[in-house]
Design a protein around this ligand. Structure first.
Ligand SMILES: [Zn+2]
Ligand SMILES: [Zn+2]
Length: 390
């Protein structure tokens, strides 16, 4: 009896040890479902998916599942945008188009904002549009796209042109047609999908910059989310990064109206420099250290770049104003550091290092650059310190 008791205690401590080990591992690895992205000065950085489907149109899941999936991934907001027309899973026409929002918002935890919406679905032109922040989806049921968009506008909706590059509708060239110009001029288009699921549109990106439209990235998910993304491999759904004052519906709407967004697609971030620069600065901390005690063949400085986020950074060391003659790139993985040697003896003159972030684009052709200032050191100082060491 006594022996048994002894055994029991030993098992307990073993369990405690294993438990502590497990906790330590979790802390080190980070939750693979969540991509941690820091806030920027003045704004919260919110990952939002503003385009998705449920069984109330041609999607495969119940609306509450969408809330659960989004919550698991740490998203701040989702918009329920079931089709007006493709109600393949709805067997009774009397079923309201507002149900998917009502069900998802009831099921959602408090920290997930659920936004009412609908997708009005027409052939090209003009194609598909999302109206979100609407009051009544049923009122938009019409075969006349002008009437549908007019009604959305009347309800105060934020309207987005969806997947302009979709092969089914614009097979070869992505065009801004007269109908899109009409929609734009009427104030029936505030946003454009730069990325939708696995589809990226450089045209939409350029139009967003030129016409001052809000950049949107969305999953447009129809199946269960894990069918499209392998979270264990670091994959994540396409989303809009919204820079909002608060994590509320009103605040997200205000940010969308003022174009404070970026698009997160695979490892890419698309957006204006005014948002990408503070985002990069919030994610990366840079330290420059003298490479003390080194000989003339080794770099004078080591620039250590620490990535405090779940995003990936692909850096390219460049000479300003020159196209990279050869590629020396540095991958800074999520939650990791990378030391880069700079200031070799044959590099003369410059006291700064310029990096391109090749996966952060401020236009379809333009990667964001950032500059690291090097401290000034007289050339002979290194020799001196070396002599001193001897
Ligand atoms: Zn669509
Ligand atoms: Zn859709």
């Amino acid at each position: 009896m006594k022996k048994q008791h002894h055994h029991h205690i030993r098992n307990c401590s073993l369990f405690a040890m294993l438990f502590a080990l497990a906790l330590g591992t979790l802390h080190a690895q980070h939750d693979p479902f969540r991509v941690e992205i820091p806030d920027i000065p003045g704004y919260k950085t919110l990952r939002c998916d503003l385009h998705m489907h449920t069984v109330f149109s041609d999607g495969q899941v119940w609306p509450a599942v969408r809330a659960s999936e989004a919550s698991r991934e740490g998203l701040a907001a989702i918009a329920m945008t079931d089709h007006q027309e493709r109600r393949r899973n709805v067997y009774d026409e009397k079923v309201s188009r507002n149900y998917s929002f009502e069900i998802a918002s009831k099921a959602a935890p408090k920290n997930l904002v659920v936004i009412p919406g609908t997708e009005v679905t027409y052939g090209m032109p003009p194609g598909h549009f999302n109206a979100i922040f609407i009051k009544d989806a049923d009122a938009m049921s019409t075969t006349d796209w002008r009437k549908a968009l007019e009604e959305a506008k009347k309800q105060g909706a934020f309207i987005t042109w969806n997947h302009p590059r979709w092969e089914n509708q614009q097979a070869h060239i992505t065009r801004w047609l007269p109908e899109h110009e009409e929609i734009f001029q009427n104030g029936w288009m505030q946003g454009i999908e730069v990325a939708n699921g696995s589809l990226y549109s450089p045209h939409a990106f350029q139009w967003a910059l030129d016409k001052k439209l809000t950049m949107i990235g969305a999953s447009d998910v129809h199946a269960p989310i894990q069918n499209g993304y392998d979270f264990q491999k670091g994959e994540h759904r396409t989303t809009t990064i919204v820079f909002a004052k608060e994590a509320t519906a009103a605040s997200i709407r205000e940010a969308l109206d003022n174009r404070r967004t970026a698009v997160y697609f695979r490892e890419f971030i698309y957006g204006e420099e005014q948002w990408l620069r503070p985002l990069v600065e919030a994610c990366l901390s840079v330290k420059v250290a003298h490479n003390v005690g080194s000989n003339t063949q080794t770099p004078r400085f080591v620039v250590t770049i620490k990535n405090n986020s779940g995003l990936t950074f692909k850096l390219l060391k460049v000479v300003p104003g020159e196209k990279p003659a050869f590629y020396r790139d540095y991958l800074v993985k999520p939650h990791s550091s990378r030391g880069i040697g700079v200031g070799f003896p044959d590099e003369t003159g410059s006291d700064e290092v310029v990096f391109q972030v090749s996966n952060f684009l401020t236009s379809p052709e333009t990667p964001l650059t950032f500059t690291v200032k090097l401290p000034k050191t007289p050339k002979d100082k290194r020799v001196k310190s070396k002599a001193k060491a001897k």
